[in-house]
Design a protein around this ligand. Structure first.
Ligand code: NAP
Length: 411
């Protein structure tokens, strides 16, 4: 713990820290860090001050902003990894030394600008997106929502239990926009006796409520029964949510997310690619557009949606009922017994000409959500669609990113 009385002006650093109250432990920062400065234990993600060079490569991929925390500390007193691993919350900033003439903010800004240039730009919201509210409720004072519905979405033959959960906020103002996420605080403690950390879920309903004009939000939640290696494990938050009954109360924090937002101007096209429960934001955006029909907020909607089988595809029935003039739906099933394995990237290839036409249109906004593994395949498919139609994806993608027209949320 830095001693504010120690005068080590010349040796101060801006120490990079991760907020354990907001972090959803998705591992994105650890995977992204080019210095291997980020590590974790069963609870916290932490940054090694001796290795971190403040390159900021991890900042924009973080879905919650937990990664973007800095404390000015004397270099010799930087918080150790052990200290950070023991935290339930960030330490308060130490009061600035009046004699301190170092210019850390400028240095951080300079490094940030370099990195943003290097990666082709950080994510920005579409120019016409509504300004979102963020961080209205924190871990110490969460909103309390009441479950007003919990329905199984997956069909009778599906092994996966995916549920549509509706949370009612009563008189509490919890405004969300399509594409934003909320945090759920599961009750109880983990193996080390500490309260469970929050888990993030994308909002699956439109901004004016799951039921239009109501103060409620829908989530799409898959009951986690195994880890990535296929070993049996019961997901803490997903099982908690999937087992909730009508009338139960839930602690909710957030909302989060200020860039993965939909455009709200006439003529803006949505090109949406998702797998499994990554369909949540696509449902929200599609429903908002459906409710806005006739208001002038028009534009093409094209959806590529992958699931193992039809019975496992959330919202399969309602999706197929939407008129083809309103949305162009393309499904890909990877484990259907009566057809070859197909992924979303295969479906994109099948519709290459129409995809290229949309990519060439400066009003098209791309949204990708779901499994991390899909990113590379989708990127390749866009590359091929561009090559075949006189476009260059390697220049178009960074352009779209910088213009708030390319949005990815994968775990
Ligand atoms: P899933 O059922 O495991 O998979 C959905 C489909 O994606 C399957 O057909 C699967 O094929 C396919 N797939 C697997 N690897 C792929 C690849 N490399 N490229 C393209 N398709 C691939 O999906 P899930 O369990 O629902 O997972 C959805 C993901 O969305 C999770 O990572 C979740 O964290 C994330 N997410 C969820 C929310 C939410 O609000 N719930 C929000 C944002 C993101 P196979 O037959 O090969 O498995």
């Amino acid at each position: 713990m830095p001693d504010p009385n120690v005068n080590t002006v010349a040796e101060h650093i801006q120490q990079h820290l991760i907020d354990p109250e907001i972090c959803i432990r998705c591992n994105t920062c650890e995977e992204t860090c080019p210095q291997d400065a980020i590590t974790h234990d069963s609870r916290n993600y932490v940054v090694d001050a001796a290795t971190c060079n403040a390159c900021n490569a991890c900042i924009s991929p973080c879905p919650t902003g937990a990664i973007d925390n800095w404390r000015q500390v004397a270099k010799v007193q930087a918080y150790t990894l052990e200290e950070q691993l023991s935290w339930d919350e960030l330490p308060a900033p130490v009061a600035a030394d009046a004699n301190d003439t170092t210019e850390f903010p400028e240095e951080v800004n300079r490094l940030e600008a370099e990195v943003v240039l290097g990666q082709g730009g950080s994510a920005v919201a579409p120019w016409s997106a509504t300004k979102p509210a963020i961080n209205l409720f924190g871990v110490r004072a969460p909103a309390i929502a009441t479950v007003s519905g919990n329905f199984r979405l997956t069909g009778p033959t599906a092994t996966a239990d995916v549920r549509h959960i509706v949370l009612d906020f009563g008189n509490a103002a919890f405004p969300v926009l399509e594409g934003q996420s909320i945090g759920i605080l599961p009750p109880g403690t983990d193996a080390s006796g500490k309260p469970h950390y929050l888990r993030l879920y994308s909002v699956a309903s439109a901004r004016d409520g799951e039921r239009s004009g109501h103060n409620n939000i829908a989530l799409t939640v898959k009951r986690v029964t195994e880890d990535h290696a296929g070993r049996p494990v019961a997901g803490v938050a997903s099982n908690y949510l999937c087992d909730l009954a009508k009338g139960d109360t839930v602690r909710v924090v957030g909302p989060y997310g200020s860039t993965y937002l939909m455009p709200n101007h006439a003529g803006s096209n949505l090109l949406m690619i998702c797998t499994g429960t990554g369909s949540a934001p696509m449902r929200a955006m599609t429903e908002w557009r459906r409710r806005r029909q006739g208001t002038g907020e028009t534009g093409e909607l094209m959806l590529f949606f992958g699931a193992r089988v039809a019975d496992e595809l959330p919202y399969h029935g309602p999706l197929l009922k939407l008129p083809s003039g309103f949305i162009d739906v393309n499904l890909a099933f990877s484990r259907a017994t009566d057809q070859p394995r197909r992924y979303v990237q295969d479906a994109i290839r099948d519709r290459e000409a129409d995809v290229a036409r949309l990519l060439a249109d400066g009003e098209t906004h791309i949204y990708i959500c779901g499994l991390k593994g899909m990113e590379a395949g989708v990127d390749d498919a866009f590359g091929e669609a561009c090559r075949g139609h006189g476009l260059d994806w390697t220049t178009l993608r960074p352009e779209m990113l910088a213009q708030g027209r390319y949005h990815v949320e994968t775990y």
